[in-house]
Write a protein that binds this ligand. Structure first.
Ligand SMILES: *Cc1c(COP(=O)(O)O)cnc(C)c1O
Length: 480
């Protein structure tokens, strides 16, 4: 499929036939068994079966970590078939690896949970690598209207690294125009920005840190009416709370570093795509199975591969994703309600607060997966994740004093942890984009981002309260 120039010898055909049987069996296992499981079962088992473990991996109950740079072949026929991608293979760890394979399949199945079509995934070394490798194939130069710059449309409220990748690496350095959407809830704004040189629509939701959100279904419909794909960064929600592909998105990027790797053991990413996606790029392989395409071709050549050890550590964290996201969301709801009534707080941004301007829209999409099958709930329940932000009364200086007074909550540029972590975006994650860029993305200097962990909420509230109250006495003293 990827290398039609290769002549197939009878020896190669033998390997192709043998592997065809293997692939047919795997597809049947997915169709007849795995696709009937609930979310938790897929998260725990993925494609790694008892049968496979006993036949191939000496019965290891945990997916083995294949710390090997390359795979050996029986003979030249098998090697030729493998390197031409005519049989499933992992060749060389930059291209593929059995450990990253299990991680990829679990994520593909979780993002595709409840979707009638098929999904596949490509692992990457980080979330930024996932974004880069998801957007690059649509920015190829060969298409129409050479004299005009290619463009794409993206939500201005996005992760600071994404803002830099799009505005500096793509716009400034490569003459590719990024058209920012400032109010993504306004479909008219998206629509106005599309023209014949547009290659894709990109949206982060909920956005980090300001809780930006948009109507996925409506934006996907708009994209598709122009034969364009919709790419979503769904890092903050995770597939336990939101699965954009089931609502019409074509591609999802994950910084698996975050809530998918709650333990915080390392950096990791993934691109998950529906098969047969929408695009105006004339490339059948790309359209048919985007994740496999980027894995086998562009990423082979660029090399943003994930280490197998990290793949298994993340996979291990993902097994308990649903219950963790439920607990972390409930904790965050309590903290957000507490802060919303605190006299030293100017405003709180959390989609779970009923008076948040995007609460109703987010409530249409953000549900704890399988809550209706959970004896604790027996009905659908909304959950909004564990990222929130708030503005401290008294401006930038007060925000820093409060921040420095935190005792239990960690001061770090991180999120998604089982430990509560806070940062001030204007001096950290969104520092590089400057004043104008922050204004565009609505990041005031007194904004604090808080990602609530698994501690008891009372202990987190106590820490926030003591740090805020220090501020109060200082301000009062100054006024006396
Ligand atoms: C952290 C983050 C990224 C970047 O991911 P890395 O794994 O740090 O490269 C992208 N998008 C969002 C929403 C993030 O929070």
């Amino acid at each position: 499929m990827y290398n039609s120039q290769v002549g197939i010898t009878p020896g190669m055909q033998h390997y192709i036939d043998r592997n065809q049987a293997y692939l047919a069996k795997r597809d049947q296992y997915i169709r007849d068994v795995v696709k009937h499981w609930k979310f938790d079962t897929i998260a725990v088992h993925g494609l790694y079966s008892v049968e496979e473990a006993i036949e191939d991996y000496q019965g290891a109950i945990i997916e083995p970590i294949f710390m090997s740079s390359a795979q050996a072949y029986r003979d030249s026929d098998e090697m030729a078939a493998a390197l031409a991608y005519l049989i499933p293979t992992w060749c060389y760890s930059r291209i593929a690896n059995p450990s990253t394979y299990y991680y990829e399949w679990t994520l593909a199945l979780l993002e595709g949970y409840g979707f009638s079509g098929d999904t596949s995934a490509c692992s990457t070394s980080s979330g930024m690598a996932a974004i880069m490798t998801a957007v690059q194939p649509f920015l190829v130069h060969k298409e129409h209207h050479h004299h005009e710059p290619r463009n794409f449309i993206a939500t201005a409220q996005c992760y600071g690294g994404t803002f830099q990748q799009f505005s500096v690496r793509l716009m400034e350095e490569r003459d590719i125009e990024c058209r920012w959407v400032t109010d993504p809830t306004n479909i008219e704004e998206w629509a106005r920005l599309i023209d014949k040189n547009t290659r894709f629509l990109y949206g982060e939701l909920p956005s980090n840190p300001q809780q930006g959100f948009f109507d996925i279904q409506a934006v996907a419909d708009l994209a598709h009416s122009h034969q364009l794909p919709l790419i979503c960064d769904s890092t903050v929600a995770t597939p336990a709370l939101l699965r954009p592909i089931t609502h019409g998105a074509d591609i999802v990027v994950q910084s698996a570093t975050k809530s998918l790797t709650t333990s915080g053991f390392g950096v990791c990413g993934a691109v998950i795509a529906r098969k047969n996606l929408m695009t105006n790029i004339d490339n059948d392989e790309l359209r048919r199975d985007f994740a496999l395409y980027i894995k086998y071709l562009p990423n082979r050549d660029y090399g943003p591969n994930l280490h197998p050890l990290q793949a298994i550590m993340t996979l291990n964290d993902m097994r308990t994703l649903r219950s963790k996201m439920d607990m972390l969301s409930r904790n965050t709801q309590q903290i957000a309600e507490f802060l919303a009534t605190h006299p030293m707080i100017e405003s709180v941004e959390y989609l779970g607060l009923p008076n948040h301007p995007r609460h109703e829209l987010a409530s249409k999409y953000m549900w704890l997966v399988d809550a209706e099958h959970d004896p604790q709930y027996r009905q659908p329940v909304n959950r909004y994740g564990h990222l929130m932000s708030f503005c401290v009364r008294g401006g930038a200086e007060a925000a820093r004093k409060f921040f420095d007074g935190l005792q239990r909550i960690w001061r770090a540029t991180d999120l998604g942890r089982i430990k509560s972590v806070a940062t001030i975006p204007a001096i950290s994650t969104h520092q590089q984009q400057g004043e104008a860029g922050r204004k565009l993305a609505h990041i005031p200097p007194n904004l604090v981002r808080l990602c609530v962990g698994g501690e008891h909420p009372h202990d987190i509230m106590a820490d926030l309260d003591q740090a805020l109250n220090r501020l109060n006495t200082r301000i009062t003293t100054a006024h006396r």
